[in-house]
Design a protein around this ligand. Structure first.
Ligand SMILES: [Fe+2]
Ligand SMILES: [Fe+2]
Length: 268
């Protein structure tokens, strides 16, 4: 019997791609003959994300398990986009938004979980950082805030994802020897590569989710006999880091305007 195969893509940013590139992306995925496609966020923006997901739903003959990235909320709000995506996934045969899909069986021995995740401002030096991501102008919940007020929102977004992982991971790891966790933002500084090196103290607050990292590490350490693979994106700087012997983080390498499939993963 053939092992299940999972295609993985991240930061495909379809708003920067031509229709031909989007079609070519879908053809690449179909040609790989995966059982499912995993996407770890930054698919479009608030006004376009539903359209892009519908296009993927129509073009691809397999389930699409995804989380949302910060860009997916640009020119809109987190609460509105999440509500729209929740409704879209509920009415679709193939689209599965991970925070609502829960623990998904993708192989006899492999489970899948995921949450959007957010850079929570806790790694690096937020107070000294002059980095002003577009997030802080273009996402309603984050715009027009003072730096300290923005930090509380970033903390809360990170905590929300961490709480989700704390809730589902014990059960997922009890059920499956191997669990794949999808999230948008690298959960450890070592995995947060930007422009060829580990992000410095100014960028880390915006490029790493410490709260999610702590939740993942806690789960991996509580289940040393289980394996946890984390797939993420956001920094666009490809990286593969072994945080613990049973906790590996892979960050996709991405370029605006060039949506690609990162990998095809065989699962047991
Ligand atoms: Fe991105
Ligand atoms: Fe991102």
């Amino acid at each position: 019997m053939q092992m299940p195969r999972l295609a993985w893509a991240t930061d495909i940013h379809f708003e920067f791609a031509s229709v031909d590139q989007i079609v070519a992306f879908c053809q690449t995925v179909i040609a790989a003959e995966p059982d499912s496609l995993l996407i770890t966020g930054d698919i479009g923006q608030a006004q376009s994300i539903e359209r892009y997901l519908r296009a993927l739903d129509k073009a691809l003959p397999m389930p699409v398990y995804f989380v949302l990235g910060n860009h997916d909320f640009y020119n809109g709000s987190i609460v509105d986009v999440r509500a729209a995506i929740s409704a879209l996934a509920a009415s679709s045969a193939h689209l599965r938004w991970m925070p609502e899909a829960g623990i998904v069986r993708v192989g006899e021995e492999t489970g899948l979980v995921g949450h959007d995740g957010w850079a929570d401002g806790r790694c690096g030096d937020y107070a000294a950082s002059r980095v002003m991501l577009n997030d802080y102008r273009l996402i309603r919940e984050l715009s027009g805030l003072s730096a300290p007020a923005r930090l509380s929102v970033l903390n809360a977004l990170g905590d929300e994802s961490a709480a989700y992982f704390r809730r589902v991971l014990p059960e997922a790891l009890a059920r499956y020897p191997r669990v794949i966790a999808l999230t948008h933002v690298p959960p450890f500084p070592e995995a947060s590569w930007y422009q060829g090196r580990i992000s410095g103290p100014s960028w880390l607050p915006h490029f790493c989710s410490q709260a999610v990292g702590e939740a993942l590490l806690g789960a991996a350490e509580a289940h040393p006999d289980r394996e946890l693979l984390v797939l993420c994106g956001h920094t666009h700087g490809g990286a593969g880091v072994e945080i613990r012997p049973n906790l590996r983080v892979v960050v996709g390498a991405a370029q605006y305007g060039q949506p690609v499939m990162q990998d095809v993963i065989d699962v047991r």
